[in-house]
Design a protein around this ligand. Structure first.
Ligand SMILES: O=C(O)c1ccccc1NCC(=O)[C@H](O)[C@H](O)COP(=O)(O)O
Length: 256
């Protein structure tokens, strides 16, 4: 099993140094879109393998990545997105497509991250769905217990808006006041902390002003009429890169 070592944890958690916030653009659904998005320079791109209007086949994702590499593109970290998958489903995708990370909800199968780490050299990002009325509630306690249990076989915590229909990509924000709790938990466990859910070029600065986040993840907020819009993708990336050098800094942040 490729267990995450303490040194790697410290490095991933920043090792005491401020790291730039990484950007993941999720829901790549075609070669041309992939080419444009990669050209805009995100740190990570995501392919949705869960039931969704953004779902792609492993064969398509593999073909697009191979084509971009042939064209000489420097690929960002590639992330396969699942909701609550069966083990065999993720295994089959990872066998077919060279992915750097899988992102999934695992409350249905708490041993899934360890099972994946035993079979594949891949990062595991655990999605923690945030429902309404979360602060201090039993859901938060359950999520914390799960994260403590899984800490040795996951690399990152991804906070996302609870989406009962498909498990992500809702375009809705969650209550950002829960973030400091997960920030300190991620620091204690040596995990990266990403935030997703309803982000867009206009609100991501406010999120970042609310406190340190290792990465931000967006899908709906960089689309126009359901299609990735390269101007919004570029604006989102620029907004995150510029954070700390523009007027966002010190805005205070807060709930969505
Ligand atoms: O994006 C989807 O369609 C999706 C479907 C099922 C599970 C997860 C999904 N997306 C996960 C992501 O990583 C999204 O970027 C994240 O949920 C944020 O989405 P959005 O609120 O649309 O920005």
């Amino acid at each position: 099993m490729t267990e995450v070592t303490e040194d790697a944890r410290q490095e991933r958690a920043g090792g005491g140094h401020e790291q730039a916030t990484s950007v993941k653009i999720c829901g790549v659904t075609g070669l041309e879109t992939a080419r444009e998005i990669v050209g805009a320079g995100p740190d990570c791109i995501g392919f949705v393998f869960a039931p969704s209007r953004r779902r792609v086949s492993p064969a398509d994702a593999r073909g697009w990545l191979a084509r971009l590499e042939e064209e000489g593109a420097k690929l960002p970290l590639t992330v396969g997105v699942f909701a609550r998958p069966r083990r065999e489903e993720v295994d089959a995708v990872l066998t077919e497509v060279r992915l750097d990370a899988v992102q999934l909800i695992a409350d249905h199968d708490p041993d899934l991250p360890a099972w994946l780490k035993r079979r594949h050299e891949v990062q595991v990002w655990l999605t923690v769905p945030i429902a309404r009325a979360e602060p201090g509630g039993s859901r938060m306690a359950a999520a914390e217990a799960m994260l403590r249990r899984m800490r040795h076989c996951i690399d990152a915590i991804l906070l996302d808006t609870h989406d009962p229909s498909q498990g992500g990509g809702s375009g809705r924000t969650f209550d950002w006041t829960v973030i400091p709790h997960y920030r300190s938990l991620a620091g204690e466990l040596g995990l990266l902390l990403y935030a997703a859910g309803g982000l867009n070029p206009d609100n991501v600065g406010t999120l970042l002003a609310g406190g340190r986040i290792d990465g931000v993840d967006v899908s709906s907020g960089v689309e126009t009429e359901g299609i990735k819009d390269i101007r919004k993708v570029s604006a989102f990336i620029e907004r995150v890169r510029a954070y700390g050098t523009d007027t966002d800094e010190g805005n205070g942040g807060g709930a969505a």
